[in-house]
Ligand binder design. Structure first.
Ligand code: PMP
Length: 426
């Protein structure tokens, strides 16, 4: 049986921090990260031979559960036909068509290799289309690690306390205007002053990188309204929410149509995939049709397309999202009941298959400041208590959690029994 500390020590010799993405290092909660051997259904299996009920799901992609037999079969068949061709394939068209069918605002899409690439490219396209430089984002939202977007960001940037990274030139960051999520008045005020210089607003329609904060009624509508009034583009970053909160993404759930949408995570079924798409007249500005350049050696990779397309087929089955939402609701309601019995101030947010846990007395309905005000120390104790019980939560108080279709009620009940014991010890 492998010793996690030894694995970490060796990894740290060759990889900065021993990890290839910062939050994995457990800096937000302390302790040694779980090194994973394999995963199946709702479970991760650690190198320590322990089994964990997994609520991270590779940070969102594994919505049908790990190692789903049909997804693996599609991948195996694709692998047998070769790994990459660098030429167009029918499966890329099938994927693009499926995305356009499922997400109401998509006329055309372009595939990329990560969420970061999707948002970076969408921002370039918005700037190219409008001929403007300024962009608006919201504090605590994370849109990947490209320069323009790593300003007051969420996720790992927030967990590590460096929301605005060194290495981003001030001359670039000055084009990024950061406002408060859910602050419609702040948005109107900035657009009244600078609207005609703003290329786009980029927003996570449900903020999932500062824990999980839902849009207040009217907030997304205001974004649509000011963009229309000033000729700016509205970009919904649905890398996390796409095919996670509803089949048509958050835009279908809230009934708002963005000009551009960025996708990732679920659409790759666990393979490295992103996409951006939207209105035809905007997408036609992309090379080779238009002047805005964007490219990728491995974009639309056939193995990745096979995993993603099969995952999209599996989640298109009627009732999939109703069942996923019901399970997620069962989990968060159960957690609240048990916390309340133990006298622990605790609340939750949830939409579709994503959720947030907060150690606080008040409902978290506003924004970043409120999330920062929650009891982070108690979260850390809860996290480690649950890990000891064999439940793997996101190792940070600033990340959303995810339930998959493979989490059945027995698994959810096991989680709730574990939580009851941990709440009683907090
Ligand atoms: N946008 C959002 C909303 C995300 O949650 C993430 C990743 N968590 C990204 C963009 C970046 O995606 P990736 O990590 O695949 O580059």
């Amino acid at each position: 049986m492998a010793d996690m500390s030894a694995l970490l020590a060796e990894a740290q010799t060759y990889i900065p921090g021993g990890v290839n993405s910062p939050v994995r290092a457990f800096k937000g909660v302390g302790g040694t990260p779980v090194f994973v051997e394999r995963a199946e259904g709702p479970y991760l299996f650690g190198a320590d031979e322990r089994r964990y009920i997994d609520y991270v799901g590779s940070w969102g992609p594994m919505v049908v559960g790990h190692a789903h037999p049909e997804v693996l079969k599609a991948v195996h068949e694709a692998v047998d036909r070769g790994l990459s061709y660098g030429a167009p394939t029918p499966i890329e068209t099938a994927m693009a068509k499926k995305l356009c069918e499922l997400v109401p605002s998509l006329d055309m899409v372009r595939m990329v290799n990560s969420g970061t690439e999707a948002t970076m490219s969408a921002i370039r396209l918005a700037r190219g289309y409008t001929g403007r430089d300024k962009i608006v984002k919201f504090e605590g939202c994370y849109h990947g690690h490209s320069d323009s977007l790593l300003v007051k960001a969420g996720s790992g940037a927030l967990t590590l306390g460096v929301p605005s990274s060194p290495g981003v030139p001030a001359s670039l960051a000055e084009h990024t205007i950061t406002l408060s999520f859910n602050d419609s008045d702040g948005v109107r005020e900035v657009f009244a002053r600078l609207g005609d210089e703003i290329a786009c607003i980029i927003v996570e329609p449900v903020a999932g990188n500062m824990n999980c904060v839902l849009p207040k009624p009217g907030f997304l509508e205001t974004l649509r309204e000011v963009c229309d009034a000033h000729g700016s583009l509205l970009i919904f970053d649905e890398v996390m929410t796409g095919f996670r909160v509803a089949l048509g993404g958050a835009q279908a759930h809230y009934g708002i149509s963005p000009d551009l949408t960025t996708l990732g995570k679920v659409i790759g079924g666990g393979m490295p995939v992103g996409a951006f798409g939207g209105r035809r007249d905007i997408m036609e500005q992309l090379a080779p049709l238009g002047p805005v350049y964007q490219a990728g050696t491995l974009s639309g990779n056939p193995v990745a397309m096979a995993a993603g397309l099969k995952t999209l087929e599996l989640i298109s089955v009627p009732g999939f999202f109703e069942s996923l939402s019901e399970k997620t609701r069962y989990l968060v309601v159960g957690l609240r009941e048990r916390a309340s019995k133990a006298g622990i101030p605790f609340t939750t947010n949830q939409v579709g298959g994503m959720f947030g846990l907060f150690f606080t007395n008040e409902p978290v309905v506003e924004s970043f400041g409120q999330v920062m005000g929650c009891d982070q120390e108690r979260f850390k104790r809860f996290f480690h208590g649950m890990l000891d019980e064999g439940v793997y939560l996101a190792p940070s108080a600033f990340e959303a959690g995810f339930v998959s279709a493979a989490h059945d009620f027995e698994v959810l009940d096991q989680t709730l029994r574990a939580a009851e014991r941990v709440f009683n010890r907090l």
